[in-house]
Design a protein around this ligand. Sequence first.
Ligand code: SF4
Ligand code: SF4
Length: 131
Amino acid sequence: MFKALIQGLIITAKHLAPSKLTTVQYPTVRLKVSDRFRGLHRLVPTQDREKCVACYLCPTVCPAKCITVEAAENEKGEKYPKVYQIDLLRCIFCGYCVEACPVEAIEMTGAYELADYKREDFAFTKERLLK
Ligand code: SF4
Ligand code: SF4
């Protein structure tokens, strides 16, 4: 019986060894997500503006209808999104907006800590998406 007790303790000790831990000490330790992870969106900037040309393809394909785009023309006659906003409370992170964009102006990042307190903080405006 004593032998069985020792064997049991050895097995328990093996499972307590750090190399055997299957959980991480979040938030002290954060796991790196896969490159293919679909987290918070990001609008890709160019030198002097956003890459988006306000073509309306992403709000058209979005199954959750959570993208708002309002197009305008700048002084050079180029189309740009005067308003670009994603309501993250409705987004299902499907990535269709990224796939549909003809100029690769939107991408999804590895950011997943998206909790917040107020409903309005989930409205990601162009300025926030460009950061
Ligand atoms: S990830 Fe999907 S649901 Fe979210 S904004 Fe893009 S198309 Fe819409
Ligand atoms: S992000 Fe891409 S698909 Fe969406 S409006 Fe801009 S250019 Fe078009």
